[in-house]
Design a protein around this ligand. Sequence first.
Ligand code: NAD
Length: 361
Amino acid sequence: MSKPNVIITQNIQQELQKFIANNTYSKICVITDQNTKAHCYPLIREVVKGNGILIQIPAGEEAKTIETCQKIWQYMTTAQLDRKALVINLGGGVIGDMGGFCASTYKRGIDFIQIPTTLLSQVDASVGGKLGIDFTEENGNVFKNHIGVFNEPKAVLIDINFLSTLDKRELRSGFAEIIKHCLIADKQKWDVICARSFDEQDWTDLAAHSVAIKSKVTEADPHEKGLRKILNFGHTLGHAVESFYLNSKKKLLHGEAIAIGMICESFIAAKRGFITMEDLQQISSYIVSVYGKPEIPSKDINHIIPLTLQDKKNENSEVLFSLLEEIGIANYNVSVGVEEMKESIEFYNSFTDYFYNSIRF
Ligand code: NAD
């Protein structure tokens, strides 16, 4: 997989024009959902018009399925896209992951580029070459990104201006991955974001920072054999929580679930003696100040934990976590048992400043 060109720009039209002019594509296929078609497509329409098709799929994680892929492949086939065609994924992580997966498998793979339009996809999903869709088991359990491939886009074009139409809850969801990047790789930046409220953050600076960290890690280990696993900090329990509530009224956004996962997994790190109680207190308080604290009822915990058994990092039936060694440094392949996982969710549920000031391991 050759490394894609990641460009952070204030002028998406110009960058896209340049990219298209430097290549010879037979047709251009833009994949959108109803929101990105309305808010983001107008910014690139002039560049792609006359030579392509526009596909619109339903917005949201519920659409990240094989059924939607079939519709996308159907449109591509009807439009007679050949192997010299280009797919442009214009949207958040759902479109990026699924559109990239469809492009990578259509006629054994055609070129695609990512134009991420949510903060989460700009700082995380569009970088690193992971593509895929969710899978629903016979009994209704949804496994996130269970089916997919590693493949790199030809380019990633990031324009922060897209964020102006993004819902604030979605913006906050993306911030969770920025928090994660700071916690696993850059204590200094953690201190910077921690000193600011969510509304005071500098998205352009933080996007560049996150992209640099994620690119460095994924280039060193593109197929997640080792180091790349640190990017999963907060995601083992976070994905389980996200999957469990996916089809419920209490549906959490990806970053909101990861925020919960980061608190739970920081608790495990503190219990193991990796980070200090003060670190745990700082991490938990800051995350709760941004995301609040959606309750996880005790009756749900026993259903959430088994979902970690499907985590893609597991080996020999052991659930392997990526934990903070200290703030700014993460480890990986740490085996964690069911009881410890339960305890960490109970900690998340019940901690208050008073309560956890008094905890001693
Ligand atoms: P999303 O793609 O569902 O987008 C969130 C919502 O924002 C959608 O309703 C979308 O239509 C809307 N939207 C997008 N851009 C907009 C804009 N500029 N203005 C107004 N509305 C806009 O969600 P997401 O948070 O971007 O991505 C979540 C997905 O990313 C998950 O499926 C997750 O698994 C995946 N992900 C992948 C990776 C990876 O490495 N491949 C990493 C992290 C997350």
